[in-house]
Design a protein around this ligand. Structure first.
Ligand code: VG1
Ligand code: CO
Length: 544
């Protein structure tokens, strides 16, 4: 058993995006590509000798091979212990939980989240720090810088470890503990929610619930927690076995990709509550009987009802939402007399707010909700939160949402994605918008007058770090907004995201179809950004 030092050369394309490094599997399989990136992570860190590292992934194609490589590299680089999920499986929220619970130095999560999996699809690597959250920009910048000058990496020359049983192994001087993927996470959930009451709801025979993990990592967690621990009937969890290619689908919980669930929830004799989660288990979609809850509304409703749930009985310190997320949570914060922070897209921007106890609940419009219990968004947590509220209030999902709108007004909200656009065209569109910003204020478009127009910049209130160029915002005097930004998680071409929001206080006008309610703003967005002309697309690829 010896430490090998292997010569290598930099790859130029190892810059992490919104959430880690995401590439096609074939790119990761190039000689030394994964090894370079892992060694670059280690090279950019200090003080990890003999410390604990957590490793796990969403089970997608190449997960197991990557984990064996990472274990051998961690051992050769001097880590003392690695905790790895059984079969290499850890959901993103579970990894965050395990890092925090075991005082680990950090963690490596293997996932491309909601992107498809399989030999021709996507893979990803993300580094999380000791608070359990995604590495902030200064660390990901350092990793990228290290990847540009790398000359060698270290690997322990040993055979693979058996990840299929919970057991402890020695790898040189390092210990590898294969841990049950669900135990720590399940125990944490039990401290936050009223499991007794949820159990009564789920096992009473009256209330019907359907959970669809889309053949991704949440399957084992959902089955263990809902069906085994909370006595939900067998079959409550559908598509619950993680597959390397997610059954060929997009493990993305929205109305387009979670079609099985959508059919059930909008079909005849639909269950009372339905939910789906994404590839790595950090996203959630929540549905009532024939009713869709937007992620922005979901965050607002969880916040407004938080004191019904044991873990949040003491109230919230604050709320944080990403900039493109609707302003529905702001209205709840205002009523509660707490702050609502507006951050750039990506969970890494919530870490400091959570650590400093400035925010308790956080959320993004992209089906992400979470709290200070960990430092990642958490799909199953959101589902349990809703179940706890439903168990207490004994109302339907739709009634709860409509009651919320009556109290706070309704924020009509939609996101239009233009996927796979040529990068040059997408960049031109954003550059043009940027150049037009200064001339925008006070301009009128039909009944809309521009109140402000900027390229969103964020100063972290805790460490003062600044993030610029985080999305073009155009706000109108009636409170409506359109936002444009380019995705930082795609693996081919560019994805343009258009976010549109308007506010309707009048309950008599809360029954409109979202796309109809937003139609004027949507055509205005096209007029301002010339989306059709510049992307060459007539319509978005996905509307959520
Ligand atoms: C997208 C979402 C963003 C989310 C990120 C990671 O990023 O918009 O809100 O934090 O994915 O989510 P982008 O840059 O493509 O818009 V996940 O579930 O992929 O870890
Ligand atoms: Co995800």
């Amino acid at each position: 058993m010896s430490i090998q030092t292997i010569s290598t050369q930099p790859y130029t394309d190892q810059k992490p995006g919104t959430s880690g490094l995401r590439k096609k599997v074939r790119v990761f399989q190039q000689p030394n590509f994964l090894e370079n990136f892992i060694q670059s992570i280690f090279n950019s860190l200090e003080g990890y000798q003999n410390q604990t590292l957590v490793v796990g992934g969403d089970g997608r194609y190449y997960n197991r091979e990557a984990i064996q490589i990472i274990l051998k590299m961690a051992a050769a680089n001097g880590f003392g212990r690695v905790l790895v999920g059984l079969d290499g499986i850890l959901s993103t929220p579970a990894a965050s939980c395990v890092i925090r619970k075991n005082d680990a130095f950090g963690g490596i999560i293997l996932s491309a989240s909601h992107n498809p999996g399989g030999p021709e699809e996507d893979f990803g690597v993300k580094y999380n720090i000791s608070n359990g959250g995604p590495a902030p920009a200064n660390i990901t910048d350092a990793i990228f810088a290290a990847s540009q000058t790398i000359t060698e990496y270290k690997l322990l020359d040993v055979s693979d470890i058996d990840l299929s049983r919970v057991a402890s192994h020695s790898l040189g001087h390092m210990t590898v503990d294969v841990i049950d993927s669900v135990t720590d996470y399940g125990a944490l959930m039990e401290t936050l929610f009223d499991f007794g009451q949820i159990k009564q709801l789920l096992s009473g025979g009256q209330f019907r619930f359907c959970m669809d993990p889309l053949h991704a990592v949440t399957g084992p967690y959902a089955t263990a927690i809902f069906e085994r621990r909370l006595n939900a009937p067998a079959g409550t969890v559908v598509n619950g076995v993680p597959l390397e290619d997610f059954g060929g689908g997009h493990p993305d919980p929205n109305l387009v990709y979670a079609h099985d669930l959508v059919e059930i929830m909008f079909g005849e004799d639909a269950p009372d509550f339905g939910a789906a989660s994404d590839g790595d288990g950090d996203r959630n979609m929540v549905l009532g009987k024939n009713f869709f809850v937007t992620p922005s509304d979901s965050l607002a409703i969880l916040a407004a009802n938080a004191t019904l749930v044991p873990g949040y009985r003491g109230g919230l310190a604050g709320i944080a939402r990403s900039m493109p997320t609707s302003q529905a949570p702001d209205r709840v914060a205002e009523k509660l007399g707490i702050d609502c922070y507006e951050t750039p897209t990506g969970w890494k921007f919530f870490g400091n707010l959570l650590d400093a106890d400035k925010a308790t609940l956080c959320g993004e419009e992209s089906f992400g909700t979470g709290s200070n219990h960990i430092r990642e968004k958490d799909g199953l947590w959101a589902v349990l939160f809703w179940l706890n509220i439903l168990a207490v209030k004994q109302q339907s999902v739709e009634d709860i949402v409509r009651e919320h709108w009556r109290t706070y007004g309704r924020n009509y909200y939609s996101r239009h994605d233009y996927e796979g656009v040529e990068s040059d065209r997408a960049n031109t569109l954003i550059t043009n918008l940027r150049q037009g910003l200064s001339a925008m204020p006070s301009k009128t478009f039909g009944s809309y007058t521009v109140d402000y127009a900027d390229d969103f910049a964020y100063t972290d209130p805790v460490d003062g770090s600044v993030a610029e160029q985080q999305g073009i915002r155009i706000g109108f005097t009636d409170g409506s907004r359109i936002v444009f930004r380019l995705s930082g998680t795609g693996t081919s071409g560019a994805t343009l995201r258009l976010y549109v929001e308007s506010y309707e206080p009048d309950p008599a006008k809360h029954d409109q179809d979202t796309q109809v309610a937003l139609a004027d703003l949507i055509s205005l967005a096209d007029e301002i950004a010339q989306i059709k002309v510049l992307t060459g697309r007539d319509q978005p690829t996905v509307i959520t």
